[in-house]
Design a protein around this ligand. Structure first.
Ligand code: ATP
Ligand code: MG
Length: 360
């Protein structure tokens, strides 16, 4: 069987450059590599509702934003199935069966869920749906028989959980589900891009993002206001590049060609870093360079988005078509799951025959 991708995003806001380097850029590359038999890209609205239950309008509005971001980055509806999670109710059914295969204490151990609970101040009153979202993510992955899940590093514990559930299901009910593998970005700086405020993760929920849809002026303003090394006060002071978001962004975005084009006095990033570390290189110069590098990558995305924004009904059409395909695929897996669990009461003559025999 060929390789299949499932990945996605929560429609809790527009997508940002962390999504781009952490997952989106890689998805487009994989889509165009021709190595995959099928690619499913899911807008995880049901998951977004687990911590936004009181704001369904926020989730609804952001579905089209995320779809626009996808297509402007190069996800092609002819090659990738883009769909909305809640339009595939089979996923919810599968989660309900998976819940029996996971313990509460196992969910409590998930480090990503732990830190997300803290971030949302959910400690005292965590919604059950939010607590169990790693299970629902397992349904998303397995319903599409995904072999490969390209995501950022924060998703590693989710993949571990998914693999455990697949193993347990196949052990209990017989070989049915496909074991998925995580695919992380090769470039370390892309695993978890920090926020412009220097916080460990750029995240929609933290408001520390450069969005793909930001205007040229907004991007520049954000870059110029970025957190750097607080000890680097004067140009001549030695600066720190480790943990300095400006340099992490350069790791994630810049190429030797960017240096040749915009900063030819440096052979590459290592030389620039060395200069900053020994002192004599100001933050403004580095930030101006970063802005040019970002602009080169963001401006075509922005242009494509402007075109797509002119035809919103087309975007909905793409999603509707994607949902139909996704639903058919998941329904097929669910019928295999029900057969394995022997809960396909009306499809399996041998189940009926068993009961007939019992009462003979
Ligand atoms: P929220 O704050 O609502 O959770 P988010 O910004 O974390 O939003 P998600 O929709 O949860 O975004 O994540 C979608 C994908 O993007 C996941 O694969 C995740 O690993 C990746 N991702 C999110 N933020 C980053 C980041 N800062 N760096 C690298 N990858 C990221
Ligand atoms: Mg997240």
């Amino acid at each position: 069987m060929g390789k299949i991708i499932l990945t996605g995003d929560r429609p809790t806001g527009r997508l940002h450059v962390g999504h781009y380097v952490g997952s989106l850029r890689e998805r487009v590359r994989l889509q165009n590599s021709g190595e995959f038999e099928k690619i499913f890209i899911m807008i995880a609205d049901a998951q977004a509702l687990t911590d936004n239950a009181e704001h369904p309008e926020k989730v609804r509005e952001n579905i089209v934003e995320v779809a626009l971001d996808y297509m402007s980055c190069g996800l092609d509806p002819e090659k990738s199935v883009i769909f909305i999670q809640s339009m595939v109710p089979e996923l919810t059914e599968l989660s309900f069966y998976f819940m029996n295969l996971v313990t509460v204490s196992r969910l409590q151990r998930n480090p990503t869920v732990k830190s997300e609970i803290q971030m949302r101040n959910f400690e005292a009153s965590i919604p059950v749906g939010f607590f169990t979202y790693p299970i629902s993510q397992t349904s998303d992955i397995t319903a599409f028989k995904a072999t490969t899940v390209p995501v950022g590093e924060d998703q590693a514990p989710m993949l571990e959980q998914a693999r455990e559930i697949v193993h347990k299901f196949n052990t209990v009910y017989g070989e049915t589900l496909v074991m998925p593998d995580i695919l992380l970005p090769q470039n370390k700086a892309c695993l978890r891009l920090p926020g412009i405020d220097g916080k460990a993760k750029m995240s929609k929920s933290l408001g520390n993002c450069i969005y793909l849809a930001d205007s040229q002026a907004e991007v520049k303003k954000k870059v110029m206001s970025m957190f750097t090394d607080p000890g680097h006060l004067r140009v001549e002071d030695p600066g720190k590049v480790e943990g300095n978001p400006v340099f992490i962004y350069l790791e994630a975005f810049s190429t030797p060609e960017h240096f040749a084009r915009y900063l030819p006095e440096y052979a590459g990033l290592e030389e620039l870093k060395a200069h900053y570390t020994r002192g004599g290189l100001g933050d403004v110069k580095v930030k101006k360079f970063l802005n040019k590098v970002l602009e080169e990558q963001l401006s075509p995305i922005r242009e494509r988005r402007k075109e797509l924004e002119k035809d919103i009904p087309y975007v909905y059409e793409v999603l509707k078509k994607g949902c139909d395909i996704a639903r058919d695929t998941a329904a097929q897996t669910l019928s295999e799951v029900r057969r394995a669990m022997k809960i396909n009461y009306f499809e399996d003559q041998s189940l009926i025959a068993e009961q007939v025999k019992k009462y003979q």
